[in-house]
Write a protein that binds this ligand. Structure first.
Ligand SMILES: Nc1ncnc2c1ncn2[C@@H]1O[C@H](COP(=O)(O)OP(=O)(O)OP(=O)(O)O)[C@@H](O)[C@H]1O
Ligand SMILES: [Mg+2]
Length: 255
């Protein structure tokens, strides 16, 4: 089943000489219950694309269907509600509420939706993300990694069907990153969630079932790997050139 179907989406900024085609006529689909990695150089349009797919940014052209619903045909308030119910978003820039503590930030989406907090999952996330000692801190009292880990906990506590994550390991150390990947894998097994992860991180790309390469706002290649532990495949996509890593003959991503 396709959980996201995007057709002919474009988003341009500026005009004339300054025109930037952040997303340029992209058609793609995301399979439900898969982990998809979106990979591409800085400025290639990954964040813009993810925001459009997640109902956060209307495209200039094209349509986005999530769970069969045409997102941008919904009135704003219904799109917001739909997003809250079905999509967990981990922002590249975290977007925590400065006036709220870690715990309040993490619980906010559930409170807004009038849902109960799963205390067990909350404790698990706080421990996994090493936030137990920080629950009463405000975002400005956290490191960049701490803010990122809070943003991750906030998105996952909702147990959304669809998790869109923008560079979730960009600001955290390798150990925390590895723990997060293990959790994503486990969460995917346990809840059958669908993950779309924008990443520069070879470990993340290696564990994905599918990798979508973005170049200059366009999808340049798509690779499906049967075995997402990194075996099989071995293709060296053109779009991977210029990235700080490549795929080995076994399909493993290497720095
Ligand atoms: N609000 C905006 N106004 C003008 N230009 C924008 C805006 N948002 C994005 N862009 C431009 O669109 C292009 C793609 O940006 P985007 O943030 O999507 O890239 P990215 O692939 O996520 O990069 P990174 O890996 O550095 O996060 C860039 O050239 C960026 O400057
Ligand atoms: Mg980005």
């Amino acid at each position: 089943m396709r959980i996201i179907e995007a057709e002919g989406i474009s988003k341009h900024y500026g005009e004339g000489e300054a025109l930037v085609k952040s997303v340029d006529q992209v058609t793609l689909s995301i399979q439900a219950h898969e982990i998809t990695a979106i990979v591409g150089k800085s400025g290639s349009g990954k964040t813009t694309l993810l925001h459009i797919l997640g109902g956060l940014e209307p495209p200039d052209a094209g349509t986005v269907r999530v769970l069969g619903r045409s997102l941008y045909e919904l009135p704003d308030s219904r799109r917001t509600r739909f997003r809250r119910e079905h999509i967990g978003f981990i922002f590249q820039k975290f977007q925590l509420i400065p006036e709220l503590t870690v715990r309040q930030n993490i619980r906010l989406p559930l409170e807004v939706a009038g849902k109960k907090v799963d205390r067990e999952l909350e404790a698990e996330l706080l421990s996994l993300l090493d936030l137990e000692d920080r629950v009463d801190f405000y975002p400005h009292q956290l490191s960049g990694g701490g803010q990122q880990r809070t943003a991750i906990a906030r998105a996952l506590l909702v147990k959304p069907e669809l998790v869109l994550a923008d560079e979730p390991t960009g600001n955290i150390d390798q150990e925390a990153g590895a723990a997060l990947l293990e959790f994503i894998r486990e969460s995917h097994r346990r809840f059958g969630q669908t993950f779309v992860v924008v990443t520069h991180d070879p470990e993340v790309a290696a564990m994905a079932h599918r990798r979508i390469f973005i170049r200059d706002g366009r999808v340049s290649e798509e690779i499906f790997q049967e075995n997402c532990s990194g075996e099989g495949g071995g293709e060296q996509p053109e779009a991977a050139q210029g990235l700080p890593w490549k795929f080995s003959a076994e399909g493993r991503a290497e720095l």
